[in-house]
Design a protein around this ligand. Sequence first.
Ligand SMILES: *Cc1c(COP(=O)(O)O)cnc(C)c1O
Length: 382
Amino acid sequence: MRKIQMVDLNGQYQSIKEEINSSIAQILETSAFINGPEVQSFQKELEDYLGVKHVIPCANGTDALQIAMMGLGLKPGDEVITSDFTFAATVEVIALLQLTPVLVDVEPDTFNIDTEAIEKAITPKTKAIVPVHLFGQCANMDAVMQIAQKHNVYVIEDNAQAIGADCTYQGKPQKAGTIGHVSATSFFPSKNLGAYGDGGAIFTNDDDLAHVIRGIVNHGMYKRYYHDVVGVNSRLDSMQAAVLRAKLPRLNGYNKKRREAALKYSKALEGQPNILTPKLASCCTAEGSNCNCHVFHQYTLRVLNGKRDALVDHLNEKGIPCGVYYPIPLHSQKAYKDERYHEVDFEVTNQLVKEVISLPMHTELDNEQIDYITETIIKFIE
Ligand SMILES: *Cc1c(COP(=O)(O)O)cnc(C)c1O
């Protein structure tokens, strides 16, 4: 059996090596390292793939979130509601911009933001909601958008983990990241559409907002050397764009491979009394389904008998890497603690951080590896 990896970037590279190497060599020859034609082409191709009017590439996913918030003109003191159970980048940029993060609990089965908790957290100061499509599955965008419309606040989708996923929105599939006023994604190497370095992008269907954001990423310049607003320097470089251009036409295939591996995990582990397999949108459970309702950035189980940490150790001993995303709720992190928070409001997150375990998930997993992983888990957990 091949050695099991949490993410197999090299295996995937080997399968597209010639194409990648030749496009990178070409960039070296033309030396258009920044804002070259590769970046322009990638932007256009991603707009077409997503069905969104504007893609604005930038340096990473954290910048993308920050720039989205700057573009909306959020001001210090404005409250921004987001999930207690996500990667810290989501809340970090809110705090950095001196906005007030308002963390709320998540749903126990999808791990996504609890929309009733959003409704409860709304105040006259609320200016935006940031749903995170955690682990590759959309938050409940129908409910999020309804709440946002009712209270006249913005929606910024954190789409770093769900590029290519279809949300069910108003009864129809629509690409994650194209529903809110603006969204942010990451091309960090291990993400579903990963570069070979850092990268990110902002998406929006709003022409005016797109214009504002294109200036912000470039030092607030709309006309050369005229700085109308305070901006940042956040660029995607041409080599990363070339890698992403090679991978974008393969993204649906990559996501399909992830989904197939996930369904195999779930089939083998279903019915184990101490394990909860991830809940899928119903369209994904259909045999041979082609939909991308869940693109499995992570495949995450809940271990119900208090043996999560022991399982992590056991798997590591057996040569199976795994991860705990995330081990500490954001409201308990030193940087984001606040007197406003009450433990009773975070029942689900407080439980999840003790129970979750993410298994190896990438495009190169084979049946032998999946069988070995699930058999090892079942033997230990029974
Ligand atoms: C990865 C990630 C980010 C940040 O992306 P970077 O490119 O690493 O800055 C933000 N939010 C979520 C949910 C992520 O998973």
